[in-house]
Write a protein that binds this ligand. Structure first.
Ligand code: SAM
Length: 243
C-alpha cells in the first residue's frame, strides 16, 4: 500500500494502528481536548447538524472509539431510534461504553467490534453512517467505503469527518510545525507516549485531500458528494448519498 511518504505493508499498518489505539485509549479524550483546544467538539456537533438525523432513525457511527459522535446521535434519534457504535479496537470500545453509560445513554446504543473494511451488517441497514477521524486509519479505504455503501439504506447518507488539507499555505506551514513538533511533545508529556502522536501527525499528512476523498467516495458509488472545510481546511466534512 502506498501512503505517499513511505510504504508500509498492509499487515504492519493494521498492527501499528491497533497498538496506537490500545495505548492511547485511556487518555484519548483528554488528548483530544488539549490538542484541538476543544475545537473537535464543534467539528463533531457540525457533523450531527449536517446529518439531517431524525427521531427513530438507525445510525452507524463507525470507528466510533470513545463515543462522542454516537452520544450526540443517541440524543437525536431518541428512544425509538438506534445507534450502533462500531470500532475495531476493544480498548477504545471499553472506554466508550463506560463513558456513555456514565452519561446515562444506554437504551438506544449498541457496541460492536468490527473492521470498517468488512462490516458485519445486512445490506441496507442504516439511515446514516458517520466516520469521524477514522478513515485515515483504515488500510483499505476503497473496501471500507464500499462496505459502508452496502449497509446504507437507499436514500441514506454517509458523513466522513477527517483531517484534510489546509486551504492557505501559511496555515499549512503553521499546522505542520504544530503537528510534527509540538504534538509528539504533548503526547509525551500528557500520555507518556511520543510514538503514538508521531503516528497521528504522519497519518494526517498522508491522508487524501478534499478532492481526492470526494473522488474516492464517488468511486464507491456515492452520489452528490460534497464537502465543507472546517477550521481553514484542517478538517473537512464530506457527505454523500446512496440512491
Ligand atoms: N470517532 C472517534 C472520535 O472522533 O473521537 C474516534 C476516532 S479515533 C482517532 C480512530 C478510531 O478508529 C479508533 O478508535 C480506532 O480503533 C478506529 N479504527 C481504526 N481502524 C479501524 C478499522 N479498520 N475499522 C474500524 N475502526 C477502526
Amino acid at each position: 500500500t502506498h501512503f505517499g511518504y513511505k510504504t508500509v505493508a498492509a499487515a504492519d499498518k493494521v498492527s501499528l494502528v491497533a497498538n496506537v489505539f490500545h495505548s492511547v485509549a485511556a487518555k484519548y479524550d483528554t488528548m483530544n481536548d488539549v490538542m484541538s483546544l476543544g475545537i473537535h467538539r464543534l467539528w463533531k456537533r457540525f457533523t450531527i447538524d449536517c446529518s439531517g438525523v431524525r427521531p427513530g432513525q438507525h445510525v452507524l457511527d463507525l470507528a466510533g472509539g470513545t463515543g462522542d459522535i454516537a452520544a450526540l446521535f443517541s440524543r437525536r434519534v431518541g428512544p425509538t431510534g438506534k445507534v450502533v457504535l462500531a470500532d475495531i479496537n476493544e480498548s477504545m470500545l471499553n472506554v466508550g461504553r463506560d463513558k456513555l453509560r456514565d452519561l446515562g445513554l444506554i437504551n438506544n446504543i449498541e457496541f460492536v467490534q468490527a473492521n470498517a473494511e468488512a462490516l458485519p451488517f445486512a445490506d441496507n441497514s442504516f439511515d446514516i453512517i458517520s466516520i469521524g477521524f477514522g478513515l485515515r486509519n483504515v488500510t483499505d479505504k476503497a473496501a471500507a467505503l464500499k462496505s459502508m455503501f452496502r449497509v446504507l439504506k437507499p436514500g441514506g447518507r454517509l458523513l466522513v469527518l477527517e483531517f484534510s488539507k489546509p486551504e492557505q499555505q501559511w496555515l499549512s506551514k503553521v499546522y505542520d510545525m504544530y503537528s510534527f513538533k509540538l504534538l509528539p511533545v504533548m503526547g509525551q508529556l500528557i500520555a507518556n507516549d511520543k510514538e503514538s502522536y508521531q503516528y497521528l501527525a504522519e497519518s494526517i499528512r498522508m491522508h487524501p485531500d478534499q478532492e481526492t476523498l470526494k473522488a474516492m467516495m464517488a468511486d464507491a458509488g456515492f452520489a452528490e458528494v460534497s464537502y465543507h472545510n472546517l477550521t481553514g481546511g484542517i478538517v473537512a466534512l464530506h457527505r454523500g448519498y446512496k440512491f
